[in-house]
Structures are given as C-alpha cells and as structure tokens.
Write a protein that binds this ligand. Sequence first.
Ligand SMILES: Cc1cc2nc3c(=O)[nH]c(=O)nc-3n(C[C@H](O)[C@H](O)[C@H](O)COP(=O)(O)OP(=O)(O)OC[C@H]3O[C@@H](n4cnc5c(N)ncnc54)[C@H](O)[C@@H]3O)c2cc1C
Length: 251
Amino acid sequence: MARAAVPGRLSGRRLVWRVARLAQARAETPTARTLVLDVPGWPGHLAGQHVDVRLTAPDGYTTQRSYSIAAAPDGTLVELTVQRVPDGEVSPYLTEVFAVGDPVELRGPVGGWFVWRPTDPDPVLLVAGGSGVVPLMAMARARAAAGSRVPFRLVYSVRTPADGYYTDELRRRARDDGGLDVTHVYTRGGPGPVGRLTVATLNTHGWPPDFAPACYVCGPTGFVEAVADMLVALGHDPARIRTERFGPSGG
Ligand SMILES: Cc1cc2nc3c(=O)[nH]c(=O)nc-3n(C[C@H](O)[C@H](O)[C@H](O)COP(=O)(O)OP(=O)(O)OC[C@H]3O[C@@H](n4cnc5c(N)ncnc54)[C@H](O)[C@@H]3O)c2cc1C
C-alpha cells in the first residue's frame, strides 16, 4: 500500500512543542486513565498516530514519553489513555497526579505508517494487547465518525474483564456500528477460555487471508511479534501487517 503524506513528520512540517491543558479525565480501569487535553493550535491527526508528552520538573529536568491518540480529531481536543506502569517515571504522574487545568507539553501528531484513513476501502483486522487497544480504538471511532461501513474486526487480548478499556463503548459499538465485530480474549481470568491469543483465535475471529485485510497489531513488543508471526503463518501478506510496539519510550 502506498504511503501518503500525513499531518506530522512525513509532511515535512517541523513538530513543535505546544502547551496543552488537561480539560477532562476519566478512569478506564483502576489503573488506566483517559486524559482529554486541550491543545491550542492542534493541526489535526489521523487514527493510529501518537504524540510525545514532555514533563519538566521544577529543577528543569525534563523527560518525555509517547502516547497514542485514542480518538478521532475533535477540534483542539486530543484524547490519550495512559496505563499506570508500577514504578514508572511518567505514567504514575499522568494517572494519579495530573489534574484538570494543569499544563503539559505535547508534540505531534507523530507517525505515518500505523494509520487508518476513512477512505481506505479494505476490510480491517485490529489485534490489541492491553493498552495497545488505544490507537485501534481511534480507528474504530474514526470509522464511526466518518459513517464508514468498511468491515472491521477487533480482537482484544487483556488480562481480565476489569482490565479492558472502553468496555461499555465497545459493547455499544459492536451492537450499533454495522460491520464492527469485537472479540475479547482473557489471559488471566474471565468468561470463556482463558489463555493467550492463539492462531485458532485469529482464524476464528479475524478475517481469512483471502479477504486481504489491512492488519493493525498493537501492544507490548512480545505480543506484537507473536501476533504478527501468527498472521503470517495463517497466510496474511506481511506487507499488509502494520505493527506498533508499546515498549519503553523515554528519550
Ligand atoms: C508509539 C508508542 C505509543 C504508546 N502509547 C501508549 C498508550 O497509548 N498508552 C500507554 O499507557 N502507554 C503507551 N506507550 C508506552 C509509554 O510511552 C511509556 O513507555 C509508559 O507509559 C511507561 O512510562 P513510565 O515513564 O511510566 O515508565 P518508565 O519509567 O519509562 O519505566 C519503568 C519500568 O517499566 C518498564 N516499562 C516501560 N514502559 C513499559 C510498557 N509500556 N510496558 C511494560 N513495561 C514498561 C521499563 O522498562 C521500566 O522497567 C506507548 C509507547 C510507544 C513507543
């Protein structure tokens, strides 16, 4: 598939740090929080892109992390969902301390390959592990916002039902958004078989390779590599498998 210019780094535009403020926050799970940031001057984004968030301590020390954008563009609002990593430097601050009205620096949108556009005609297979559902949710939301009827299937692996993000919305969308199927796979406990996602799961709940779906896989590095291997083993064209790894992202 051809790579087209998108807002952000592929367009050649220099990314600048902008001061964003927390406009709203809500708990997704006991350890994950959705942040709605107001970013004056935000240039817009595509589903699948991420931002860099930079924190600065009173002594001038700065640190930054990447976070996927969770929702379709909505004016100057940019929505993220952050999972608290125990002993992490940035995520405990964003999930537990960062308060409505507080500022943070933000740069983006970043990324030009792991994106879905409402004009893309092909069936889509989304495979998420844990917080890797965030950019895939942006794709499902962008599909709905555009009134697209492109067939979507989301296979979402998460430890237990209580760890799932966007649970009510996914249930509603699976019911109301024609052509969107959602399957949860629980690795530690929940209804149905418990265990890691397998080739059989992808075979049953994904699309057959003959449909030539665009595949998007996102989650922890090991999850992404295992799923990409399974998709190739099932006969999917490696060129149609796009991956995003949520490894440590400081720098
Ligand atoms: C492109 C991209 C998009 C991302 N999008 C999201 C997102 O939408 N939501 C989200 O919650 N996170 C996302 N991440 C991960 C995020 O950037 C941070 O790595 C994460 O929040 C941890 O930062 P921290 O400062 O709290 O932990 P650190 O202080 O950086 O790390 C603390 C400890 O946790 C380990 N660790 C760091 N990150 C992870 C991780 N992701 N999983 C498991 N262990 C880890 C480190 O190796 C270290 O041992 C994304 C990463 C990338 C590269």
